[in-house]
Every structure is written in structure tokens, then in C-alpha cells.
Design a protein around this ligand. Structure first.
Ligand code: HEM
Length: 380
């Protein structure tokens, strides 16, 4: 049993300048580090072990009940059973042609130099999300909300975060009320279907519907936009991979997972310790807050060897971009389909993607990873 966990401050300016390298350095020095907000878990083996034990390490770490994110066994399973079918293979395949058209339109109208995150990632995420949920016409409202949400999250100002959450609840409430008013004539889309979904033999409450839709939307919009930045930066700096994927796009899903493993923009998720426990040989007291650092664990040389080596086939089995354990991301099939559709359209419409010499190149800061803005040149 080890006794002391070293202190760190992941939010200082030096650390923020390059979060990935900072995590690489800590992970090799120490399996855990403590900040005033909680204990970060860096290594692959430990992150997987914590995620595999939801009884000792509860997801009820936030003040607000979030369905299903903050739930623990046994109630978590009932909500996942009710909502996982929304991401079934057949439904995703049905949605794919429409998402492809959105991607193709955006690529066709993109200028020669773009900021991958703002010019492509955000509008693509908002349009694809609106198409999926049946929220056509809300794209601009969603884009405005994404910008506010991003700014509020970064500010760590609780009043601002609460205001943004309330603004989103209003967007959802509009959608729910419109469908209630239409009754049997409500459109056949996932939102209507969710309103008719039962858990343990009873209808979902309005609060649960809003919470699920918030997690689907927050899960989708920001993450998809961040992933687009990471993927385009990788392709622009690896022309050989572009050539391979243009010649054979069938490997795109695995290739994208590996690009996201190298620079995972979805940094951390929280857990709270429920009883005296050990992680990496350290004793942890009940109520200790843990941060599972996916970005660090994904680059752990103990499992992937050289963390910077692009090896889609070999590393697939270790990939933690979509989490691990019972909270494994249910939206993965949707996210993968959307990211593959956009990347395939972009590669097909161009002969080369490169970094724009005069474009922006700004990294994101905690609690988000990847690029805040990245200039990409499209050659057609
Ligand atoms: C775009 C890339 C995405 C990434 C990188 C990502 C990543 C993750 C990760 C790491 C978790 C695990 C959280 C934990 O263990 O506490 C998670 C959970 C979740 N994700 Fe995603 N996600 C993405 C897209 C989506 C999409 C498209 C949706 C839905 C539309 C979604 C909905 C959710 C939900 C509801 C959970 C909570 C599941 C639970 O608690 O059982 N995500 N996601």
C-alpha cells in the first residue's frame, strides 16, 4: 500500500499549453495525482479497473441526476435497455444517406481554407443532430447553444452553466410540447419515440426525457465537432494515410478510432468512491472524487507501445475513446457513422488536405481536448 498521492494543478497555463504531453509526463511519473477537485487516474489498467467497478466507484458524482450518465446499478441497466435500441445498426443505416448529403453539401460549399472545427465540425454536428432527432429548423438555435455551452463549461462559472442548461431545456421542451399537441399525428422520429418509451413498465417522466435528450445532444454536438478537428489535423499531417484512405475508404471507421486515440478530445469522466477502496495501490477514502483520464489512458505505452504510432488494427482492442464498462458510450455507432460520412465525403472531394499556413492552430483547454481551431487547406 502506497501512502501519498502527489499534488498537481492541471489548470495552470503551462499545463494547458499542451494537455496531451502533460498527461504523458504525469502518467510515466505517477499513476495518480491529486488536485483540489479530486484524484486523476492516468494509466490504462487503472482506468479500466475503476470503470469496471461501478459499485465501488459511483457515477453519481454530479449534483444533478443525469439519465443514464449519473446512474449506478441496478437502475442504470433499465435506462440503458430502454435507450440503447435508438442506436441499433438498422436505424443508423437508415439515417446514413441523409447524413451523407449533409456532409456532401458542406464539403461542396467549403472555401479553399477552413477552420475544421467552426466551419465544418459545428455546422455538420448541428445539422446531423437535427436530422436524427427530427428537429429540423433548430440548427441555428443548436449552434448558438453549442457556443454558449462551450464558453460556460470553460468558465467553470456555475451560474453560467445553470443558465445554459436551462436554455437547452427550453429547446427540448419546445420539441416535446409540439409533439404532445400533435398527439397521434406527431412525426415518427426518435424524439416522439422517446416520449412513448417505458422504463420498468412506466412512461418516462418529462424530467427524464429532457435529461436523456440533453445527454444525447451534449454527447453528440460538442464531441463530434471536436473529433472533426482532430481527424482533419491528423489527415493534413499524414498525407500517406490520406492516400491509403482515398484508395480504400472501407478502413475509415478503424482509422478514425485510432486518430482519436492518439489525441482524444473527450478528456475525462468523473466517479466518486463509495467505500474504502484502492486504486493503483493507493488507499482512497469514501467521497473521494476520481477523474478517469481517457486521453492519458489511451496513450499508455504499457498497452499501446509507442503512443504516437498510428496502428489502427493493433490498438483497436485497447481503445478507450468511447469509454469502458457499463457506461460505455451508447452513441458510438451514431458518432462513427457521422464521422465516417464526413471524412469520406471530404476525401472524395479533394486531392489533398494540408495545414493552412495562414490558418488558426489553437489547442483546446481543460475540460475539452483536441483543437479549438485548426486551419485546413482543401485542394480539389
Ligand atoms: C463523438 C464522439 C463521442 C465520444 C468521444 C464519446 C465518448 C463517451 C465516453 C468516454 C463515455 C463514457 C462516460 C463514462 O464512463 O462516464 C460516453 C458516454 C455516453 N455517451 Fe458518448 N461519446 C461520443 C458521442 C456520443 C453520441 C453521438 C451520443 C448520443 C447521441 C452520446 C451519448 C452518450 C451517453 C448518453 C453516455 C452515458 C452512458 C451511460 O452513462 O451509460 N455520445 N461517451
Amino acid at each position: 500500500m502506497r501512502s501519498s498521492i502527489p499534488d498537481w494543478e492541471p489548470l495552470d497555463d503551462a499545463a494547458q499549453a499542451d494537455q496531451v504531453r502533460m498527461y504523458d509526463a504525469y502518467r510515466e511519473d505517477t499513476p495518480l495525482a491529486r488536485s483540489p477537485r479530486g484524484v486523476t487516474v492516468f494509466r490504462h489498467e487503472d482506468v479500466v479497473a475503476v470503470a469496471a467497478d461501478p459499485v465501488t466507484f459511483s457515477s453519481g458524482a454530479s449534483e444533478r441526476r443525469q439519465v443514464p450518465n449519473s446512474l449506478d446499478p441496478p437502475e442504470h441497466a433499465a435506462y440503458r435497455a430502454a435507450t440503447d435500441p435508438f442506436f441499433g445498426a438498422e436505424r443508423i443505416a437508415e439515417l446514413e444517406p441523409g447524413v451523407r448529403r449533409i456532409a456532401a453539401d458542406l464539403v461542396a460549399t467549403a472555401p479553399e481554407t477552413i477552420d475544421a472545427v467552426h466551419d465544418l465540425g459545428y455546422p455538420f454536428a448541428a445539422r446531423a443532430q437535427a436530422r436524427w432527432l427530427g428537429w429540423t429548423g433548430t440548427e441555428d438555435r443548436l449552434l448558438g447553444w453549442m457556443a454558449d455551452n462551450h464558453a460556460a463549461t470553460r468558465s467553470a462559472d456555475r451560474t453560467r452553466t445553470a443558465a445554459v442548461a436551462a436554455a437547452f431545456d427550453a429547446i427540448v421542451a419546445d420539441q416535446v410540447q409540439r409533439r404532445r399537441a400533435l398527439g397521434e399525428d406527431a412525426p415518427a422520429d426518435p424524439t416522439t419515440e422517446l416520449m412513448r418509451t417505458e422504463v420498468d413498465g412506466r412512461a418516462l417522466t418529462d424530467a427524464e426525457i429532457v435529461s436523456i435528450l440533453r445527454n444525447w445532444t451534449a454527447g453528440d454536438l460538442g464531441s463530434i465537432a471536436a473529433c472533426v478537428g482532430v481527424i482533419l489535423h491528423f489527415l493534413a499531417t499524414h498525407p500517406q494515410v490520406q492516400t491509403e484512405l482515398r484508395a480504400d475508404p472501407s478502413g475509415l471507421a478503424g482509422a478514425i478510432d485510432e486518430m482519436l486515440r492518439l489525441d482524444d478530445p473527450f478528456l475525462v469522466n468523473r466517479r466518486v468512491v463509495t467505500c474504502p477502496a484502492q486504486v493503483a495501490g493507493h488507499d482512497l477514502e469514501p467521497q473521494t472524487r476520481l477523474y478517469l483520464n481517457w486521453t492519458s489512458a489511451n496513450r499508455d505505452p504499457r498497452v499501446v507501445g509507442d503512443p504516437d504510432a498510428y496502428r489502427p488494427l493493433e490498438n483497436a482492442v485497447h481503445n478507450l475513446v468511447y469509454g469502458s464498462g457499463i457506461h460505455l458510450c451508447p452513441g458510438r455507432p451514431l458518432a462513427t457513422m457521422e464521422l465516417v460520412a464526413l471524412t469520406a465525403e471530404l476525401l472524395a472531394a479533394t486531392t489533398s488536405l494540408s495545414l493552412a499556413a495562414d490558418g488558426p492552430a489553437q489547442r483546446e483547454t481543460y475540460p475539452v481536448g483536441g483543437w479549438r481551431a485548426i486551419g485546413i487547406r482543401l485542394e480539389r
